[in-house]
Design a protein around this ligand. Sequence first.
Ligand SMILES: Cc1cc2nc3c(=O)[nH]c(=O)nc-3n(C[C@H](O)[C@H](O)[C@H](O)COP(=O)(O)OP(=O)(O)OC[C@H]3O[C@@H](n4cnc5c(N)ncnc54)[C@H](O)[C@@H]3O)c2cc1C
Length: 462
Amino acid sequence: MTAKQCIAIVGGGISGLAAGFFLRKRLGERGDIFIFEKDRRLGGTIGTSREQGYLADWGPNGFLDREPLTLNFIDDIGLKEKLYRSNKKSEKRFIYRNNRLHEISANPVKFLAGGLLSARGKLRIGMEIFVPRKKDDEDESIFRFVERRIGREAAEILIDPMVSGIYGGDAEQLSLGACFPVMETMEKEYGGLIKAMIKKGRENKKAGKKGGPAGPSGHLTSFQGGLLTLVERLEEIMAPSIRREEEVLSVVKNSGKFRLATSLGNYDIDRVIIAAPSMAAAAIISDMAPEAAALLRQIPYSNLAVCCQGYKIEDIERSVDGFGFLVPHNQNLEILGSIWTSVIFPEQAPDGFVLFRTMLGGAKNNEIINLGEEKLGVLSHAQLAAIMGIKKPPSYQKIIIWNEAIPQYTLGHRERLRRIEKDLTKLGSIYLAGNAYTGIGLNDAIKRSYYIADNIFRASVS
Ligand SMILES: Cc1cc2nc3c(=O)[nH]c(=O)nc-3n(C[C@H](O)[C@H](O)[C@H](O)COP(=O)(O)OP(=O)(O)OC[C@H]3O[C@@H](n4cnc5c(N)ncnc54)[C@H](O)[C@@H]3O)c2cc1C
């Protein structure tokens, strides 16, 4: 029989709540779990406003249903019945260039027949097959990799907006290997992207597997009631462990245990999981692990504003018939793109209305969030209206400003992470959860928390 252990989790976002759930499931009565959240509300970057018949997600609006670990977790917490998969009508995606939206076809022949890229840009993509593989192991930016392999036009028009859409990031600063390891492998193992697609396609066909070279891509999935439904369910399950409005200030090593100082008191703890953003983690461990703390501070975050705006369908000239669009930086708009969220999840707007989620900011334009809600709303509406042909101002609006929204895996990220982990290993049972390390999405955050809980369980029974 193993002794009961006391485990503190710092942060009540999805990473902290999921870690708490996995630990409770594995340890049962053998674990005393505390989840400290500095705010009154739980969920961190997850939130949903439910008003005037709209469901407006504040941060993430879904996850890809390709990760069995997430789906098992959802089943375990009893939310399988509430899963809400994206509507088929949202399959079309667009990129804005030269004052109009161009559909991006997943079919390479159709894509090449479209007008998004110049003939020269398309030809350059085809030449990728002749580009030799990179010889050294130096970390390379996403932009540089794409420019080298498929040309500058594709990097500016296809990849730059994709990086804004996922990371709110700057493709010239982000590490290819840390952000898109699959692309790095496609070059390393197969000699290039086209060669990898052909060979992987053949291998998958032989093995009867679906999906492209990166595996199955999955469908964007949420819950009835928006993503907040996930947080509400975990809040119910983990209620006895949750300590709201209690900020963790520091953790130090204290005769074999950890001494946790919070805004309300001190605790002696056996194991600590820090599921707060990396700069908060740095502040908490800075006395005990100054080197790891300094490295954690080197992970920058991009700022984002999410402008949720609702309109009557009859006031929109262009048909709203897809997932939404992205805007390359060289098109000189302030908006990064707009997701047509009520096409993806029809329950998110009342009948006869449409809800858009338009993003501004990102690593190349972090300061724009300082404009404040009102001006951001006006700017978002003006640029969206010009593209979509919207004739009237929004009848519903919710603007969410995220200061330090998404961690940026800049060049050297993997090496930084290796050094952070090496430094923390010396201290024993302290773990970093969250999306600042090995993947920024919900699937990644849940997976990281699962493996931390699994490590703790194994260590406690060995
Ligand atoms: C605008 C936006 C859109 C996104 N879109 C998507 C998407 O569509 N799909 C997707 O998969 N992912 C998306 N993401 C990423 C996704 O939101 C994150 O992966 C996930 O929510 C991270 O959760 P987390 O718990 O690690 O961190 P957080 O949500 O940041 O939670 C950390 C928690 O720690 C608390 N905290 C901080 N310091 C302390 C302290 N000292 N003591 C106690 N508590 C503390 C905070 O208050 C917060 O509640 C998006 C993110 C943003 C911002």
